[in-house]
Design a protein around this ligand. Structure first.
Ligand code: NAD
Length: 520
């Protein structure tokens, strides 16, 4: 037997009527059932709390997806205790059996793709195709990590010395705290959670506040997969109330975090401190922000480059860690490129993501809206505004969390807008006199996540390959849209600890290697 080779889940095909009709149907179905109390899930039981937080549709904030119960320190303790108890048996379940749970979870998502994606359309304002890609990526993580665990699960004979038999094998490190962002609400959560679980580590999962209803869907998924009680615990809560407590907990062995640099660095610092009763060194897997650049060479195919930059900068409103926020253009082509880019940006339609005619929707919540507006102001002060698509009065009247698509020129590397992650649809255009300077500008931030270059010159593509120092570099492709395995994903410098999610070294971070040598 054995499993068929890993393959990526196919993207949505909206040329098919069935695919187009599925979304309005799933969204209408969701609207009939949503809005109630969303409990925690600890040790196989729903748990309610007095403190709740409403998760709302950013296109229509009066529409509530759910009143999400919020874990305090007491619930965190209960969840960690349940996970600790489950660890004692889960770590010794055969790797193939743990992998089987992931394959069943993947099947559940495949059977419910549109319902899962519709949840994201309403909760975080994702476009249909992007929401479906997110669910597809979650499926990919499950399928890929299942295979990876089967590969790593076989003890490996070490050396061939006569008179001894040496085996290297792995065991799960212990309880994993998984702390997730809202922007790929299902994919990143499922990726981190399933990696921990398949390695034998029970999970206390904290979704982000603005995507906690998508997070709750993981409970249904793991129930369908038949996971034993205590192996997956759903624990939404306010980062400021329970985040530190979870990170500091002496019985947590692994912390898998994806989010901002500020929170990621705080977690690394706190996890380094040994707490009373703690018996192991904590491992922190932190994937953080980016300030990603696309270089436009003077011989680039401008049709491709303009579309690639537009999609990388403004797809899902620029709220991807891989989004392009700086475009570095060679001097001799600067004016032509900028003219084409601004023309294209002026035709982009803004409005609710549930209408597929809209290219750009609202940002995720009111706090994000305020943050982006602050950066639009900074951009206006620092550069020359090339495009600012003001939000129409009609859209403003809906109360939705819309922000203007903004492109600003004449930005240099010492500007704040060239250094700080905005996480919204704000793009800086920077001028370089030659490829040396373009590469220097591209590398001039503390981040190193993604990048791209559009060029027809083999020599410059080769230079970028060597000298454009980021975790994921794309030649003549957008900087976004990484696929599991084919584009194993993650950055270094202040973008992360250097691991690659969806790649062959990822699971090792959740495992302790053991070696047994027998005198024969
Ligand atoms: P965030 O850092 O604000 O929040 C991430 C998570 O941390 C949330 O669940 C939040 O509640 C929690 N948190 C907040 N304070 C905490 C504390 N003191 N202790 C423990 N947890 C705490 O990030 P976000 O706004 O959800 O996501 C956007 C950020 O994520 C961007 O910076 C983006 O670049 C980054 N990101 C990176 C990757 C990657 O793979 N490198 C992928 C997606 C997003």
């Amino acid at each position: 037997g054995g499993l068929p080779r890993f393959k990526n889940f196919p993207p949505a095909d909206f040329t098919l009527a069935a695919e187009r009709d599925a979304y309005p149907a799933s969204i209408a179905k969701l609207r009939k059932t949503m809005g109630g109390t969303v409990p925690l899930y600890i040790n196989g039981q729903d748990v309610t709390t007095a403190d709740t937080l409403d998760s709302y549709n950013p296109a229509l904030p009066s529409e509530i997806l759910g009143s999400v119960c919020q874990a305090g320190v007491e619930e965190v303790d209960r969840a960690v205790e349940a996970a600790s108890a489950a660890y004692l048996t889960w770590r010794d379940v055969a790797p193939e059996e743990r992998a089987e749970a992931l394959l069943k979870a993947a099947q559940y998502l495949k059977d419910n793709v549109h319902d899962m994606a519709a949840l994201q359309v309403l909760e975080v304002g994702k476009q249909w195709d992007q929401a479906q890609a997110d669910v597809g990526e979650a499926i990919d993580f499950l399928e890929y990590y299942a295979r990876e665990m089967i590969r790593l699960g076989k003890p490996r004979r070490m050396g061939r010395a006569p008179g001894e038999m040496s085996h290297l094998f792995y065991q799960g490190k212990g309880v994993a705290a998984v702390i997730a962002p809202w922007n790929f609400p299902m994919a990143i959560s499922v990726g981190m959670v399933s990696a921990a679980i398949v390695c034998g580590n029970p999970v206390v999962y904290k979704p982000a506040g603005s995507s906690s209803c998508v997070g709750r869907a993981l409970v249904d998924m793991w129930k369908a997969a038949g996971l034993p009680d205590g192996v997956f615990n759903y624990c939404p809560g306010r980062g400021s109330v329970m985040g530190d407590h979870l990170v500091d907990h002496p019985e947590v062995s692994v912390i898998a975090f994806t989010g901002s640099m500020e929170v990621g660095l705080r977690i690394q610092e706190r996890a380094a401190k040994v707490q009373p009763g703690q018996q192991q060194c904590k491992r922190v897997i932190a994937e953080m922000g980016g300030k990603n650049a696309i270089i436009i060479d003077d011989d680039a195919d401008l049709d491709e480059a303009v579309l690639g930059v537009l999609y990388s900068a403004f797809g899902f409103q620029g709220q991807k860690c891989s989004a392009c926020s700086r475009v570095v253009v060679l001097d001799s082509i600067y004016d032509r490129f900028v003219e084409r880019l601004t023309e294209a940006a002026k035709s982009v339609k803004l409005g609710p993501s549930e209408n597929p005619a809209n290219y750009m929707g609202p940002v995720v919540d009111k706090a994000a809206q305020q943050n982006v507006l602050r950066y639009v102001k900074i951009a206006e002060e620092e550069g020359r505004v090339l495009v600012k698509r003001e939000v129409s009065e009609d859209l403003k009247a809906t109360g939705g969390c819309y922000v203007p698509l903004t492109i600003v020129g004449d930005i240099t590397r010492d500007h704040r807008i060239a250094q700080e992650e905005v996480f919204g649809p704000v793009l800086s255009v920077m001028r370089a006199k030659d490829m040396d300077e373009a590469l220097a500008i591209a590398n001039s931030t503390k981040f190193a996540l993604t990048g791209a270059i559009y060029s027809r010159s083999p020599r410059n593509l080769e230079r970028a390959y060597k000298e454009f120092r980021v975790g994921n570099l794309y030649l003549n492709k957008p900087s976004v849209g990484a696929l599991v395995e084919r584009h194993a994903f993650g950055g270094f410098k202040m973008s992360g600890v250097g691991s690659k999610s969806g790649g062959p070294d990822y699971l090792l971070q959740f495992l302790d290697p053991r070696l047994v040598c027998e005198n024969t």
